[in-house]
Design a protein around this ligand. Structure first.
Ligand SMILES: [Zn+2]
Ligand SMILES: [Zn+2]
Ligand SMILES: [Zn+2]
Ligand SMILES: [Zn+2]
Length: 423
């Protein structure tokens, strides 16, 4: 077994072997770049593995074993803040509907706490606030002002998963308008908002958004919990003798969540990209100038943004590689502004060093599973991971999956150079 702090090293090692996490390694005859702990289990022993531990078992003779998984708040935070996005980029299918699970855990804990005669304890208050932070990110990602205008989705598949990454489809999905079908199914190809905003689509690329159910009741329940927590947790958090615990200080204030907004709004960004693709002008081929004096390449109109101040258009792939800005953030800034080009110019100039400045904090937050601004996490995972094997063959790769780089005929080392140097 291994320790949690080595999980990224092990993941990278398995990637370098092109192996998944289910393959048994020959640990006795090979050097591995991480520490392996061995425990000889006797009959009746209960072995508790730490969260994010990789493990393998070897048996001698006839054995019967029993095991189960538990999800801690710490594990849940890591899963939602980091692992979900990594798996989405790499197309590793979801093992559990983690977003739904997080929401259900928050609601069920609240019911227990609200019905209890005891005062809220400090540890329960901290955990509820941490849970709320996770659920807030999940809800913000899929919230939309005119949610009722999004048609309801009908499907024969349950639970529904993304046809590109295999991840959980939570409340919103993009489905083919024509007849791109999922293999072995009568259902159209459906893709999660995270994949869609990364430029991934069905083969024909003509997709439209749907909702699985109205979001308003979920947001209302979340807000009811937040109001209760705000009232009850202050006394609980101050009741501790230390009073200055880092965990408490790092918790965000409990505020009501609006049913819309553009912060972390992945679905809204995907919807705006969908509208841009639907625009007739989007099929016109345009030139991405990358940077002044550098080579250029052509791409479709929807896949780039124009900056009048810079006299340049840049595709999402090169916006990431030169500015460290993910398509979701760029789209939200550009398409929600009164003056898109000015807003975009101000944003990319003001924040040109933002990602690199917070890079070491991002890595340490990733290691501990702590919150870090979503736009940096999205940029990080798009930089580092691309799809090797989409779930369905009836799909097209996105901005960061390699195909569009092939169009531009630039080597990865060229792109890496600009990741470091910025605009
Ligand atoms: Zn997906
Ligand atoms: Zn299609
Ligand atoms: Zn480009
Ligand atoms: Zn500019």
């Amino acid at each position: 077994m291994t320790v949690a702090s080595d999980s990224q090293t092990i993941f990278d090692y398995l990637q370098s072997l092109q192996s998944d996490s289910t393959r048994q390694l020959d640990l006795e005859n090979s050097d591995v770049p991480f520490k392996v702990y061995v425990f000889k289990q006797k009959r009746g022993d209960l072995v508790v593995l730490p969260p994010r531990s990789y493990f393998q078992r070897s048996f001698k003779g006839t054995t019967a074993s029993l095991y189960w998984s538990t999800l801690t708040i710490e594990g849940l935070r890591y899963a939602v803040f980091y692992d979900l996005y990594k798996r989405q980029r790499l197309c590793l299918p979801a093992k559990h509907p983690i977003r739904q699970l997080a929401y259900d855990i928050l609601c069920s804990r609240f019911v227990k706490l609200e019905g209890s005669d005891k005062a809220l304890s400090r540890s329960a208050a901290v955990e509820m606030r941490q849970l709320l932070e996770v659920v807030d990110e999940i809800l913000r990602a899929e919230a939309y002002t005119n949610d009722e205008e999004i048609p309801n989705f009908r499907t024969t598949v349950a639970p529904l998963s993304c046809a590109f990454c295999g991840g959980e489809v939570f409340q919103k999905v993009f489905s083919c308008r024509k007849r791109c079908l999922r293999e072995g199914s009568i259902d159209s190809i459906s893709i999660c908002p995270s994949c869609y905003v990364d430029g991934r689509t069905c083969l024909c690329g003509d997709m439209t958004p749907f909702r699985l159910q109205p979001m308003a009741p979920m947001v209302a329940s979340r807000n009811r919990i937040a109001i209760w927590l705000r009232t009850h947790s202050k006394a609980a958090l101050l009741s501790d003798d230390s009073g200055d615990d880092e965990t408490t200080e790092n918790l965000h204030d409990v505020e009501e969540l609006p049913s819309s907004g553009i912060e972390d709004a992945i679905f809204l960004a995907a919807l705006l990209l969908c509208l841009a693709r639907d625009d007739k002008k989007s099929s016109i081929t345009r030139t991405c100038t990358i940077r002044k004096g550098q080579r250029s390449h052509t791409t479709q109109g929807y896949a780039l943004l124009n900056c009048k101040n810079c006299h340049a258009s840049r595709c999402y792939e090169h916006i990431l590689s030169t500015l460290n800005i993910h398509s979701a953030q760029a789209i939200l800034v550009y398409y929600t502004a009164q003056s898109p080009s000015e807003a975009w110019h101000k944003h990319h100039v003001d924040l040109r060093q933002d990602y690199l400045k917070s890079y070491s904090t991002l890595l340490s937050n990733m290691l501990s599973g702590s919150y870090h601004p979503l736009n940096h996490r999205l940029a990080y995972f798009a930089h580092h991971f691309s799809a090797t094997d989409p779930v369905s063959k009836n799909t097209l790769r996105g901005f960061y999956d390699g195909d569009m780089i092939a169009v531009s005929k630039f080597s990865p080392s060229y792109l890496t150079h600009y990741i470091v140097s910025g605009w």
